[in-house]
Design a protein around this ligand. Sequence first.
Ligand code: UD1
Length: 416
Amino acid sequence: MILRINGGKKLCGSVAVHGAKNSVLPIMAASILAEGESVIHNCPDLTDVDVSINILTYLGCKVKRSGDTVYIDSTAMNHSDIPDALMREMRSSVVFLGAILARTGEAVLTYPGGCELGPRPIDLHLMALRVLGADIEEIGGKIICKVRKLEGGRIELPIASVGATENAMLMASRCPGKTVIANAAREPEIEDLQNYLQKLGVGIHGAGTAIITVEGAGEKKIVEHTIIPDRIVASTYALAVASAGGRAEINNVEPRHFATVIDVLKEAGCDIETAGDRLKIACGKHLKAVRPIMTCPYPGFPTDAQPPLMAASLKFEGTTVFVENIFENRYRHVGELRRMGADIRTEGRVAVICGRKTLHGASVEATDLRGGAALAVAALGAEGESRISGLKHIDRGYEKLEKALSELGADAARTE
Ligand code: UD1
């Protein structure tokens, strides 16, 4: 399958943003702690969600899906390992580790897969779990964990890792005593996980700041939760409008969560208005280059929005500089963008984009999730037809991207 986009036309339409991938995955892992039923609304239809459902089913949970609601009953969970084939399917499989350890006291996993963005170690995840009482050995590619004694403790993260913060929150949710996670990641998805855990009865506070405290507890009960809107998908749709020009209404958004992206679009010259959970964007032909973009942990500019912004900046008048501070190898989309006529130079973590060269449609391949989204954004602003392959990467994080782009007024379709 390929995504065919006939670009160079202004967009005009409205689209609703689905639930956040990076929220739903850890919350699905957390459902193990409920030892009962979790009802999760606004769950996006993504292949990473399918993988989480497969992991939960393997662990012995009962999972049902109806529209965008997923029902997970973890009462009968009877496994504490995850097969290698499932671990390799996505990076987020590793957040099951803290939840499984908290629930069963043991776990056997292998290293997770996910986008190739350079080295993605899990040393901080393991360090955090050790503080909370896990003995961890790595033998023959397997990570073998056993809990000596669950016990709260102080975890100092040298990097504000999202995944390590989530794993620590999950395991600490069942640790007697108090856990402090210092230099915790502050992403909105961390707050969403905290909200879910609070509904389970866990005494957890501070998400959204650098210090999270957890007093483990919780009871079996039915928990109902609605996933926050996906701020990276919302950003991508807005950037699509910037690339193609035109106007659009983007619904089911939390503008606060992607304020840095909105500010950059305003700086480039887009008119943006927000009211409640709606964003209206109008972009003329003459957008201008913006100040250097440095990706940083939240509330800084999100690394996940860097590739689609780079694609949109191809249409900005002037030179835009990017500095990618989170992942070493996050410019894999650059070579594909060049096939469309982009003038981009990279040196290590820095990319320099000379904008407003005429872009033309091309056959390009998505090699990772957000890089794939960048190709779609660029294709919308390029004259003629683009054919994007490698859709399996895009489908991990965007629900039916071709449908969303069509709702925005694009000529986009998925074809053989
Ligand atoms: C999460 C997001 C991903 C986003 C990233 C950064 C999910 C499912 N994925 O990924 O979309 O791009 O945050 O915002 O939520 N690190 C270590 N050791 C560790 C863990 C991380 O050195 O044990 C490093 C990483 O290599 C990276 C940095 O810390 O350089 C941040 O990574 P992290 O925040 O952990 O990203 P993920 O949780 O994998």
